[in-house]
Design a protein around this ligand. Sequence first.
Ligand code: 5GP
Length: 361
Amino acid sequence: MQIENDIKLDYSDVLIKPKRSTLKSRKEVDLERVMRFRNYKADFPENVREYSEYHGGGHFDGIPIIAANMDGVGTFEMADALMKHNIMTCLKKTYTVNELVEYFDSDHYKRSWYVAMSIGSTDADYLKFRNVQELTDGKIRILCVDVANGYTEAFSNFIYQLRLNHSNIIIIAGNVVTADMTQELILNGADIVKVGIGPGSVCTTRIKTGIGYPQLSAVIECADSAHGLGGHIIADGGCTNAGDVAKAFGGGADFVMLGGMLAGHDEGGGEVEDGKVKFYGMSSETANDKHFGGLKDYRAAEGKDVLVPYRGAVDTTIQDILGGLRSACTYSGAKRIKDLTKCTTFVRVNNTHNKVFGNGT
Ligand code: 5GP
């Protein structure tokens, strides 16, 4: 047994220190980023026009926020709404091949660049991806390979094989929370590593298993190790407000993935009852009953159900988040979201108020 004594931080443990700035208005802040990915080899001879239209020389050009691949969030409707802001969506894994083919095989070329198909890491998952790819003539550009525990040898092997067979897709892989595993996944072919075990608003992993890592420290450490190799990371889970999103970018996240903050909107498709919408973890009993014929007897549910307020169209929430981010950049002197991390000095706080309103796990 070992104990690590360094202090590890969650979003609620810090604030960003304000700094002098030459920005005159929040409007001047550029929230878009152009990124080129480490392992992805672009191959788009027929679609060069569309590519240059959306991507100023990079493989991604947009606001680096991602809707999570969860019921009530990672839906086609959400993807189409967020795409208008150049924001990405990872679709929920439970869409069928036919549904995915119908969605991607349309004239909507932008869908290929801002919408990721999500799968797990079984042979059946791989076959599903292959099917969709074949039936749409290669319209899937971004594939999110998402498992609860990204630490298994089998998972790294899966990513390795995937990259070997598909050089022309952007691979998102996770979840992990440490520098060593971030590098392992990048070296095995991932472009973007998804970081976060236990911080999610409907996640109960920390209380069911005792496993986890304070999210801000995970982001800082994994970003550092990914960037050294030319890789990218997503801070996944634990953001409860726009301030947390700013802290994630300040910590070095290239993308921030949101579940709970984007739940409760029309685009998620949930039923509204008494002004509330049910939102649940993808390994909760509810999700297992709905999609997988109930919880297997050797597994515990590591997610819970919550009721979130119904919030109408997602556009209003997005404006709110982007407004907060612009303001955070202005306070810290960052002209671009890309610069926020180098302009960030965190101050540690001992703020019980923040903790009460944190995710509580
Ligand atoms: P949120 O933004 O709601 O705080 O976190 C969203 C993230 O929580 C998702 O992207 C995913 O990584 C994680 N998540 C979703 N459902 C579950 C679940 O049932 N159990 C666990 N442990 N994590 C979940």
